[in-house]
Design a protein around this ligand. Structure first.
Ligand SMILES: *Cc1c(COP(=O)(O)O)cnc(C)c1O
Length: 368
């Protein structure tokens, strides 16, 4: 039996940082304080500084980060929010949870992110915001998105759940719109050991609102100013994230090396490889190739002990959850084609050079 190569080996992170993570665990456990304390406060400062943004509010997860931003902006019933057709369904769910309608727009054929040239025709008098998703770790083309948003007085919300540290024209994801939602789900580039998320913004008023909304609508304990929620990053996860944040750039660099080796090693194959616009410095949350024979390729890799994944196998508009929108097969043909062809190869800071070389060699063998 050949050794299995997992799609993502999360244990490697723990093994690399075991002493520091264990110390963080002890520190929090012995503090006797587990919700909204000094660890969350410190992490919020550190992550805001990392992203180059004034405010960071730790929340329960990435979906709620996006949802709380929309809620705080008063976006709800009878409102429309433009979302990428080609995204993870959470970007849509945040809109739906607020009673607003997601209005999908097709991606750019090469970057898979929302196509700015298709945005204007999707704007109606009901449009309140554009949700820009930085899919696979590469930012959306933000300048034209922000320009249109300014023209129509729309909010620009970044779904930065896959883009911790990614750059657009030298600026960090999370600082590119009015507000951004991050996820610290374990598999993300900056992941906790459980759920977690954050809202990033330079909008002081929004920051104050989200800070209350995440905590029962309360700024001062037992004084409730607004109808709030309970969505908080917890102390333990914040303490772990503080250990990992200083490593993020190094880990992203490691991902870039692996991506470059994939580009080089798979150049002779029939695969469509990721394209990097000159303004983007991606962080390679995923390394996604395209093949018309995707399912066969995935199956053959699996037989060779190499685990891959599909991001995403069913577009949001064809999910049962969105059947009331009555969007059928063919409604977003480019998204449907992309999602029928994409395959995510293993990538991560702890993927060994030997395993990586084996993946490249096996893909080349299967395709020749
Ligand atoms: C992971 C992810 C989310 C949701 O984050 P959770 O923390 O899992 O709720 C939202 N959008 C995108 C693009 C994601 O990849």
């Amino acid at each position: 039996m050949t050794e299995e190569i997992p799609f993502l080996g999360l244990k490697g992170t723990y093994q690399e940082l075991q002493d520091e993570l264990d110390a963080a665990y002890k520190r929090v456990m012995l503090s006797g304080w587990y919700i909204l304390g000094s660890e969350v406060e410190a992490f919020e400062k550190e992550f805001a500084a990392y992203c180059g943004v004034n405010h960071c509010i730790g929340v329960g997860n990435g979906l709620e980060a996006l949802s709380l931003i929309l809620h705080a902006y008063g976006i709800g019933k009878d409102d429309e929010v433009i979302v990428p057709a080609n995204t993870y369904i959470a970007s849509w769910l945040a809109v739906s949870h607020n009673g607003a309608t997601p209005v999908p727009v097709e991606p750019d054929e090469y970057t898979y992110n929302i196509n700015p040239s298709l945005l204007e025709r999707a704007i109606t008098p009901k449009t309140k915001a554009i949700m820009a998703v930085h899919l696979y770790g590469q930012t959306a083309d933000m300048d034209p998105i922000n320009a249109l948003a300014a023209k129509y007085h729309l909010k620009v919300i970044e779904d930065a759940a896959q883009a911790h540290g990614a750059l657009y024209k030298g600026r960090k994801a999370g600082s590119l719109g009015h507000a951004a939602g991050f996820s610290f789900y374990p598999g993300k580039n900056l992941g906790a050991f459980g759920d977690g998320g954050a809202v990033l913004t330079n909008d002081t008023h929004l920051a104050e609102l989200v800070r209350k909304l995440r905590n029962y609508g309360s700024g001062t304990k037992y004084y409730n100013d607004i109808i709030g929620f309970n969505s908080r990053l917890d102390e333990l996860q914040a303490a772990f994230l503080r250990v990992k944040l200083p490593r993020l750039d190094g880990w992203n660099e490691r991902r870039r090396k692996i991506a470059a080796l994939y580009q080089e090693g798979l150049r002779q194959t029939s695969l469509i490889q990721p394209i990097i616009p000159e303004w983007a410095v991606p962080v390679w949350h995923l390394y996604v190739v395209r093949s018309e024979n995707r399912d066969l390729l995935q199956h053959r890799l699996y037989e060779a002990g190499i685990h891959t994944m599909i991001h995403y196998p069913i577009p949001s508009h064809l999910q049962k959850a969105y059947s009331p929108m009555q969007l059928t097969q063919g409604a977003f043909p480019l998204t449907e084609t992309i999602q029928s062809e994409v395959l995510s190869l293993p990538i991560g800071p702890h993927l060994s050079p030997a395993d990586h070389a084996r993946i490249v060699k096996t893909v080349c063998e299967i395709l020749t």
